[in-house]
Design a protein around this ligand. Structure first.
Ligand code: CA
Ligand code: CA
Length: 236
């Protein structure tokens, strides 16, 4: 059904613009992956000395509820603990790490969507982007190697939906593009270029032609990007 509707729109190269956007994100993340490798090795070497104290039954519950392995959960616990103030470390379950602290993680530091990522995964009533340990696990789960295309595209959509109204409109798409180009005068697009790019994005993804991209339109177009699943990734 969706595919037929899509063909009726006569877009010649489906997903072309989204491919380019996703590629851009993954290109930025490449530097990070080398650092990550070094970090992981170092962490493994010192793991014994600072073993994480997560109760066994809780650990197996987290394994069931997320796409993370036992090792990944233990490492997440250790890293989260390091972000907490010393006095909060005893009661990790009820403690939240403020967004500005989360943003210091090297895995997020150069991600253009880091603030949105915190906001989407935060369950704080204050809507301040702070993360509990379980919020942090949900984040790592969605960005893990094992998360499905459906989960990843669902969260990508929520991250790009800046005003949380359930649809990507022109305002969201402008913010999305600005996040990728940076908002400096010498890097951001001119208003003419922006208009053109947003037209192209809508042309290839707005199947029902209502001027916005809804979740199913987004999932349809992003599922055609071979790079999406591998680039939508944050691994500690
Ligand atoms: Ca929106
Ligand atoms: Ca639409």
């Amino acid at each position: 059904m969706q595919i037929r509707l899509y063909r009726n729109c006569q877009v010649e190269q489906e997903g072309e613009v989204w491919f380019a956007l996703v590629k851009f994100v993954s290109a930025r993340n490449k530097d990070e992956s080398n650092q990550r490798l070094c970090r992981t090795n170092r962490t493994n070497n010192t793991m014994g000395a600072t073993a994480s104290k997560l109760p066994k039954d809780q650990l197996s519950e987290y394994q069931e509820l997320t796409f993370l392995t036992k090792q990944e959960i233990l490492l997440a616990h250790k890293r989260f603990n390091e972000l907490l103030e010393r006095e909060d470390r005893q009661q990790i379950g009820g403690s939240r790490v403020p967004m500005n602290k989360i943003l210091t993680l090297p895995e997020l530091k150069s991600n253009p969507f880091r603030r949105r990522i915190c906001q989407v995964f935060s369950t704080s009533d204050l809507r301040d982007g702070s993360l509990s340990f379980e919020d942090f696990l949900d984040l790592l789960s969605a960005f893990s190697d094992s998360a499905t295309l459906e989960i990843k595209s669902h969260y990508a959509f929520r991250i790009f939906d800046f005003d949380d109204d359930g649809t990507l409109d022109t305002g969201d798409l402008e913010k999305l593009v600005n996040c990728l180009t940076g908002e400096m005068d010498n890097t951001r697009l001119t208003s003419e270029e922006m208009k053109q790019l947003i037209n192209n994005i809508l042309e290839e993804s707005d199947i029902d032609k209502d001027g916005t991209v809804n979740l199913s339109e987004f999932q349809h177009v992003i599922s055609r990007s071979p790079d999406f699943v591998s680039s939508f990734k944050i691994v500690l």
